[in-house]
Design a protein around this ligand. Structure first.
Ligand SMILES: Nc1ncnc2c1ncn2[C@@H]1O[C@H](COP(=O)(O)OP(=O)(O)O)[C@@H](O)[C@H]1O
Ligand SMILES: [Mg+2]
Length: 380
């Protein structure tokens, strides 16, 4: 089948390091999403996989064959260009067959292949139409079909939904995920949109400044972010991150910041600076007197999202977001106390930015301790 390996890929443009030592194993049939902010190197990596751009260092391996120096046409990998790249004056049928015609395949061969692909993509009844007579989602399918007629080992897509309106994006997202399940072919998909990544990917590779921050399933990158960057990028609003200090108080270790006191359960964390993280949806308003992590602040603003509300609160010099079902029943100016389950509190190393790992000794929340080790199982 078709597994891909990106081995220590590096790419420089003059003094800009667009990709810095990126290694990813892509098993056959994966829907891998390359996710990160604008300029982090996603398109550069995709173009290197496609063969449209040579890496400055590293290797691209497809099915155990080193294709690093092969031209795009010899890689059996298809870049799916955006749907506006369809030929407007050609019918769906001629658009689908275009790549085969330029390769001088016989009429019979082209008709058979186009028919099969149209059938798979449910485009058979639309073969006589021109692109402007199609919906955005249908156009997207024709663009994909144009790549499919070549039977590639993998499909590469660079922000294919960015020109669609929100409603169409949602519908096309579902179609693409369904199509991937049906075809079982490897997809490598670039986006800066975390919702697209979370909803379609089998695994997400998160890039920042040309570096691979974490690769894991959507649940892994959400529940076990490897770094402060991943924690602060995924989620809406993303994880609250506050500079704090771990201090021994009595026989316990507390994580302290202005307005914040989190007593760790039998913590074996030494005294040190940390970054404390807690997701907005894991915080809840509490009474003055309560046990567990304590955050004290003042409500600054409340945003109505329809089914939920987000309250932004000043806690010391930091601002933290709290998300919950509407109404939260707080108003700007209210003094509030917040808490969360201890198991929902994350600690990170401020220097390496990596998460400090929970060690679960089997006794539930109360038995959990932090290991001050650096690293994460879900990062390669
Ligand atoms: N052809 C190029 N020449 C010079 N710099 C480039 C070129 N292509 C990309 N870059 C730079 O490399 C970095 C990564 O770009 P890119 O891969 O396009 O990011 P993304 O797709 O994640 O937005 C950016 O700093 C960008 O300016
Ligand atoms: Mg790009």
């Amino acid at each position: 089948m078709s597994a891909m390996t990106l081995h220590r890929i590096r790419r420089e443009f003059g003094s800009t390091v667009a990709l810095d030592d990126v290694s990813i194993e892509i098993p056959d049939g994966e829907f891998l999403v390359l996710l990160g902010p604008s300029g982090c190197g996603k398109s550069t990596l995709l173009r290197i996989i496609a063969g449209l751009l040579p890496p400055s260092g590293g290797r691209v391996i497809v099915d155990e064959r080193d294709v690093t120096s092969l031209p795009p046409g010899d890689r059996d990998i298809a870049m799916v260009f955006q749907s506006y790249a369809l030929y407007p004056h050609l019918t769906v049928e001629r658009n689908l067959g275009f790549g085969l015609r330029v390769r001088h395949r016989t009429k019979a061969e082209i008709a058979e292949k186009v028919g099969a692909v149209a059938d798979q993509l449910k485009l058979t009844s639309l073969l006589g139409r021109r692109p402007k007579e199609l919906s955005g989602g249908q156009r997207q399918r024709v663009a994909l079909g144009r790549a499919m007629v070549r039977d590639p080992k993998a499909f590469l897509m660079d922000e294919p939904l960015s020109n669609l309106d929100a409603q169409l994006r949602t519908a096309t997202r579902l179609e693409l995920a369904e199509l991937h399940r049906r075809l079982g072919t490897t997809f490598v998909y670039v986006t800066h949109d975390q919702v697209e990544a979370m909803t379609m990917a089998t695994r997400i590779a998160i890039l920042d400044h040309g570096r691979l921050e974490q690769i894991g399933t959507p649940a892994e990158v959400y529940d076990e972010p490897a770094t402060t960057f991943v924690a602060g990028f995924i989620g809406a609003p993303p994880m609250n991150l506050l500079p704090a200090t771990a201090l021994g108080i009595g026989d316990k270790v507390h994580v302290i910041a202005e307005g914040v006191d989190v007593e760790l359960a039998d913590g074996d964390l030494e005294e040190r600076d940390v970054v404390l993280g807690v997701r907005p949806e894991h915080l809840r308003f509490a009474r003055e007197e309560h046990t567990g992590p304590n955050f004290r602040g003042t409500v600054l603003a409340v945003e109505n999202l329809g089914s939920e509300e987000v309250a932004f609160c000043a806690v010391g010099n930091a601002q933290i977001a709290v998300r919950g079902p509407r109404p939260l029943r707080v108003e700007p100016g209210d003094d509030v106390t917040l808490t969360a389950a201890l198991s929902r509190v994350y600690l990170f190393d401020p220097t390496s930015t990596r998460r400090l790992l929970w060690v679960d000794d089997g006794a539930g929340d109360r038995g959990r301790t932090f290991r001050a080790a650096v690293g994460s199982s879900s990062t390669t």
